[in-house]
Design a protein around this ligand. Sequence first.
Ligand SMILES: [Zn+2]
Length: 190
Amino acid sequence: MVNNDWKRWQENKLREQRIGEWTSRFEKADGNSREWQNVYRAYLQSDVWKEKRRQVLDRANGKCEKCGVILLDPDVHHLTYDRVGGNERLDDLMVLCFPCHRKADKQRDRETDERRTASYYQARLHGFATRIYGDMWWYEKDHEEVEIEFIKFLYKKYCEEYGLEFDPHLDPESNIDFMEFWNQVLNGEG
Ligand SMILES: [Zn+2]
């Protein structure tokens, strides 16, 4: 009995250690997509992943978990890579048939892009507000007002650059130049 507990403890320890190693490999590769892909390919061969994968396959019982079709060669798909490396929750993973897999991949990529864009925009907004109001702006200022100032500031710059007339009272929805500008901001080009 004591012996079994000891063995289990040791196994858990080893497992945690391996997860830690994978997680840090993924973190180091982050931002370099080729390197990240290499780590991911190696991870798919690892015991850590095989154990996760088996749990999900047991849950799916041979079927696509989206449309229910019976699968000969089931494939486990990551809905998110946030916890990749062995800390995946079971609901981060799903058994999917090929068409459902394709659809889910597209959706995940779209969501990742949106999040990346949003965080870049937030970082710029934060930099702008800190330059004008100092570090305490986050606590002291109305965030919506600061954001409107930030957008006006960017739009003014854009108008100058493209030789457009800047109208501080413009209605963004109806102004085609503004919409073009706004798309650039959201794509991180503005
Ligand atoms: Zn399916």
